[in-house]
Write a protein that binds this ligand. Structure first.
Ligand SMILES: [Zn+2]
Length: 396
């Protein structure tokens, strides 16, 4: 028989033992720890070697040395660990495997920018809804979408009622309107097309993304129609109607647009949007892009674009630091569309969307859209993507 004193001691001892057993039974503390990478997160002003721990699909800790156990670890020594990339101008919803292909490149959020108009909006919507990562579509103001002969060459195709209807029926996935304004797309209708796109968006409080460059109307006239939150893509398009004049000055209307909250986006693409001499002059004038984007298509995977990290790398050559380049593909992009409001960061509690990249040194050829080549000494490569805390298969 135990006396009272002995009983208390025994009880206390078994309680201690029980607590230790609970911890052992519970197993590791984290689902995943990414060990030893150089973590660059502009949202946290962080650039240092850190471990990143994930639990329940969210960032649980970003610390120098996380000793606690994990069900899975990824060795990221010698690699960069950054928030998942957000690509605000793609055509990833044009093909069924588009979202998965982009995901393997580190893209954990994307916008399909106007691949379809109102008539066939269900096609990109179906792909976006089945995409593994968060994604939205912009409805092309041309109701038949992208047409070889020009989306809105016939102004009747810029159908306000049809676009409004497409948005009203799909508020959960349509995040704005795309208006392609080049002379080979809209001809002399560019200004009226944009006016109609604004007529559609203002009632829904959604942005318009314009595809600028080689327009019939002067750019200042087009800029004046843009409201805060709208996006100008292909900002490095060469003349006619570039954002910079012959003397190297950014047009005052372009500066005014940025001041009132219009975003300026890269939109790499493959035809007519990007020319090195314009990039050089615009960057020298200090008018840096707010966001980077690929204008991704399946064809672009093997020509000029390749992948989002490659597009980002082009700007390491124009005076941007690694941190500044990453900000434009993460933090900045997260501010442009509501769907990404809690992304683009490794802040504790955020969804665990992460891109593991490698910065390789060497000699790399970067292309513009005019067969212009530049050689850079550094290039980012996609290595591993983590979406909602789960590693996804690397690029084939
Ligand atoms: Zn595009």
């Amino acid at each position: 028989m135990l006396n009272r004193r002995q009983f208390v001691c025994a009880a206390a001892g078994s309680a201690v033992f029980a607590r230790a057993a609970d911890v052992l039974a519970a197993g590791p503390n984290y689902d995943l720890v990414i060990k030893g990478g150089r973590v660059i997160d502009p949202s946290l002003r962080l650039d240092a070697v850190r471990d990143v721990a994930i639990a329940g699909g969210r960032i649980a800790a970003v610390e120098a040395d996380i000793a606690a156990g994990a069900a899975q670890t990824i060795d990221a020594r010698g690699k960069l660990v950054v928030p998942g990339l957000i690509d605000i101008h793609t055509h990833a919803a044009r093909v069924k495997d588009g979202p998965t292909l982009c995901l393997a490149d580190g893209v954990t959020g994307f916008i399909d920018a106007g691949s379809q108009g109102a008539d066939r909006i269900q096609e990109p919507i179906a792909i976006v809804k089945s995409a593994p990562q968060p994604a939205r579509v912009l409805v092309n103001i041309g109701r038949e979408g992208i047409l070889p002969g020009g989306d809105t060459m016939d102004i009747k195709r810029a159908d306000v009622g049809a676009a409004r209807d497409a948005i009203a029926k799909n508020r959960d996935v349509v995040a704005g309107v795309k208006a392609r304004l080049s002379r080979d797309v809209a001809g002399a209708n560019d200004y009226e097309v944009l006016r109609r796109a604004q007529e559609v968006t203002t009632s829904f409080n959604l942005p318009v993304m314009i595809h600028m460059g080689q327009t019939m109307s002067p750019l200042p006239k087009i800029m004046d129609l843009l409201k805060p939150g709208d996006i100008v893509t292909h900002m490095f398009a060469p003349p006619p109607n570039s954002i910079i004049d012959e003397t190297g000055n950014i047009l005052p209307e372009v500066l005014a647009a940025r001041r009132r909250g219009v975003w300026f986006d890269l939109g790499n693409g493959r035809t007519g949007h990007l020319r090195w001499d314009i990039v050089e002059r615009v960057m020298k004038a200090g008018f840096w892009p707010d966001t980077f984007s690929t204008d991704w298509t399946p064809e672009a995977r093997t020509n000029q674009v390749f992948d989002f990290p490659n597009v980002m790398s082009k700007f390491l050559d124009f005076g941007m630091t690694l941190d500044q380049v990453i900000a434009r593909a993460t933090l900045n992009a997260s501010r442009v569309f509501d769907v990404f409001h809690d992304r683009g960061t490794l802040n504790v509690g955020a969804p665990a969307d992460i891109a593991v990249l490698e910065l390789r040194q060497g000699s790399f050829e970067f292309l513009d859209n005019f067969e212009g080549k530049r050689t850079g000494r550094q290039r980012l490569f996609p290595i591993r993507t983590i979406l909602g805390g789960k590693p996804v298969p690397p690029r084939a």
